[in-house]
Design a protein around this ligand. Structure first.
Ligand SMILES: NC(=O)c1ccc[n+]([C@@H]2O[C@H](COP(=O)([O-])OP(=O)(O)OC[C@H]3O[C@@H](n4cnc5c(N)ncnc54)[C@H](OP(=O)(O)O)[C@@H]3O)[C@@H](O)[C@H]2O)c1
Length: 278
């Protein structure tokens, strides 16, 4: 059985490829840039662009299962081509916020295309990636400091390796058809605690400096974040800083339920990525 992994050079996709190879599966990988893909030699590399569905024809021919990185504009055409090519199962990367208005219809466009395919499908809806905090790397490297608004806001960061593990469980296992797997990391931590955790991984103190939200908002928008996403995030963090929610147990327990292994903690993520902050 051949499995096509799109987004294969991405943070999640690379781990999906590695897990599938580890399980002894034949893996094809799609990339727009084969020359720099740096994927393991056993992978059958195909050049293609999800924005140009026809470019996937060769990669899809003979593939039975598909890990779909979400590109909303062309998702319906890509899924139609997958059906035509004989794919039997699609596992799509989505997000826990898929139903939130701030994301527009982006994730749902992909999910709906997959649902309408008539194939077995599973939506993988992770919460916030721990990797988002690589944004903190420059200020931690320079001054061992994180400057952010809403240091008391609680989030439940998700290790990207667990996102891949859930996708692989759905690609290889049974009983996932027609299901939406919404999940996140095992702990609810304040933003300030997350900065401290990175410090522990470094073996050095990382200070947290509370930033004025108005200044931070302007800076984020100057840095290129869309204003509606910034407002959604800041609104969520402001509410959480005021009234921190406990851990969402249903989200926290999905990884162990599906994979039989504990979900990876933020401390593990920080330790895995310490070099980026050093
Ligand atoms: N960040 C979060 O908190 C969060 C939370 C929930 C869900 N998500 C979802 O997770 C996604 C990120 O996943 P990730 O970290 O694995 O991605 P990533 O590291 O950004 O990599 C995505 C990969 O997809 C490939 N790609 C992008 N556009 C493509 C296209 N048009 N055609 C073919 N390949 C394309 C690229 O590979 P090549 O350059 O090799 O072609 C790239 O390596 C987000 O986009 C979002 O949908 C994120």
């Amino acid at each position: 059985m051949t499995i096509l992994v799109t987004g294969a050079t991405g943070v999640v996709g690379r781990r999906v490829v590695a897990e599938l190879l580890g399980a002894g599966r034949a893996v094809r990988a799609l990339t727009r840039r084969p020359a720099t893909a740096a994927l393991p030699g056993e992978v059958e590399l195909h050049e293609g662009d999800l924005e140009r569905p026809e470019s996937l024809r060769e990669a899809l021919t003979g593939a039975e299962r598909l890990y779909l990185f979400p590109v909303p504009r062309t998702a319906a055409e890509v899924v139609a081509l997958a059906v035509e090519s004989g794919v039997r199962r699609i596992v799509d990367l989505s997000g826990a916020g898929a139903d939130d208005a701030a994301f527009g219809d982006g994730y749902r466009v992909v999910e709906r295309a997959v649902e309408a395919s008539g194939l077995d499908w599973t939506h993988v809806r992770p919460g916030e990636f721990a990797g988002n905090w690589l944004d903190w790397a420059p200020s931690i490297r320079a001054d061992r400091i994180v400057r952010r608004p809403y240091g008391g806001a609680v989030t439940q960061p998700t290790h990207e390796a667990d996102v891949a593990a859930v996708a692989v469980a759905a690609l290889l296992g049974e009983g996932h058809a027609g299901r939406t797997h919404t999940f996140a990391g095992p702990q609810a931590l304040t933003v300030a605690e997350q900065a401290e955790t990175i410090g522990r991984a470094l073996g050095e103190r990382v200070r947290f400096e509370e930033q004025d939200p108005v200044t931070a908002r302007e800076q984020w928008i100057r840095d290129g974040y869309p204003a509606d996403i910034v407002d959604w995030l800041f609104g969520m963090w402001a509410r959480s800083a005021h009234d921190p929610a406990p851990v969402n147990e249903e989200w926290a327990t999905l990884v162990p339920r599906l994979t039989g292994r504990p979900a990876r903690t933020f401390a593990e993520w920080a330790s895995d990525h310490a070099a980026a902050f050093r």
